[in-house]
Design a protein around this ligand. Sequence first.
Ligand code: C2E
Ligand code: MG
Ligand code: MG
Length: 422
Amino acid sequence: MPLIPDHLICLDALDEALRQAASQSRPLGVCLLWLDCVYRIDAIFGYRAGDTVCAKSLAHLKSILKEDDQIFRVGRSEIACLLPSLANETQAVLAAHKIIRTLGNRLVLDQYAVHSEPYVGVALFPTHGHGADTLLQRASSALREARIRKEPVFIYSNEADAATQFQLQLQTDLRYALDENTFTLNHQPQTDLRSGRVVGMEALSRWHSPIRGAVSPAVFIPAAEAAGLMHRLTIRVLNVALREFQELGPAAQDLTISINLSAHDLVQAEMPALLTQALATWSVPAEQVVIEITETTIMDDQHARATTLERLKEIGVQLAIDDFGTGYSSLARLKHLPVDELKIDISFIQRMLHDSRDENIVRAIIDLAHNLQLRVVAEGVEDEATLQRLIAMGCDIAQGHFLSPPLPLEQLRSWLMQPERD
Ligand code: C2E
Ligand code: MG
Ligand code: MG
């Protein structure tokens, strides 16, 4: 099987195969295979070695596929398989799984064993399209979805395509937004429930896109993570949050500033060094900074994350577990984590007056926190009655729209200076 690194030849062959399939009213499958190991082999052993692996894989495929199936190398690490003699569409899916079984696991290259986890995207004629270009594009979209979901085989679906398009566009817009620095921060005050005084503020990212309008962080944070942009965004957030905190001057003297980090940030070994640098740049004492990490992230037993947490703690900052109650905390692990604060998830606070089970959960979290000598914060307090119930339960701190929504810096400054705040 010659190496034909040309998608145009593949498209011509697909055109012809489609003509025949249509005239015989038979289905046709396009499987687009991504050999994950080729880039690694190129980098470690060189491009010739990468080509050898592709050639071996093509030969393997030839031996397991049917006589009139056609195989093309359409990219550095992508192979298209055209399957024209299908009795039904399910056979294409079976073929895709056979491809994975054949090429997955270990590939032997000279004396080296290389681990391989290939993915296949499948598009079918006539279900997913009639033209060669459309079918290959849809197989490619399915392949991308397979890689995102980490499922070895993914069959094209319209919804997946729309979702992929949306994500791709969003990620492109985010890249521009980072380059042009169009992110801002709002700060939400946190009130001590015993004294009624403001004791801290949480920095929350805001993005006003010229095209999309205001985009929620619940949408753009995961997109930034998926696009590999989270690191840049976090460095920006850290520096802007600390700069604005410092700009508050004496008004922030007795306050803390809480900053959210994402799961991705905790696997970055240089995170503690970046934080140390930002603290020094903006002259903010470490003990006035609270780093918030969601419960799901903190309970993930990944070694790199645990190490980063300990190193963050060594800097002297405080640590909080955000959205507590929604993840799966191991109490044994919680006991050993270097945390200072639990933040009860908004969903429990918002339902606690209407559902006694939620109220019981809130009470249990407050007791748990106090028994472990941790501070407990309720977020999402929207009315007086909830606030009073939390006070009665002994909750330490609250934040929520009833007290104040997240505010831009200058509005926060005025809010802090209102007479009743003194
Ligand atoms: P979070 O850290 O749990 O933040 C609390 C969310 O509740 C914020 O949503 C806040 O605006 C909202 N909130 C506060 N009070 C109320 C209330 O009374 N009622 C209701 N319904 N909502 C209230 P927001 O700003 O949309 O942020 C959503 C999530 O996005 C945050 O949840 C946080 O996990 C993440 N996020 C925001 N900014 C950043 C950031 O700079 N970095 C990272 N890694 N994540 C961020
Ligand atoms: Mg938070
Ligand atoms: Mg939260």
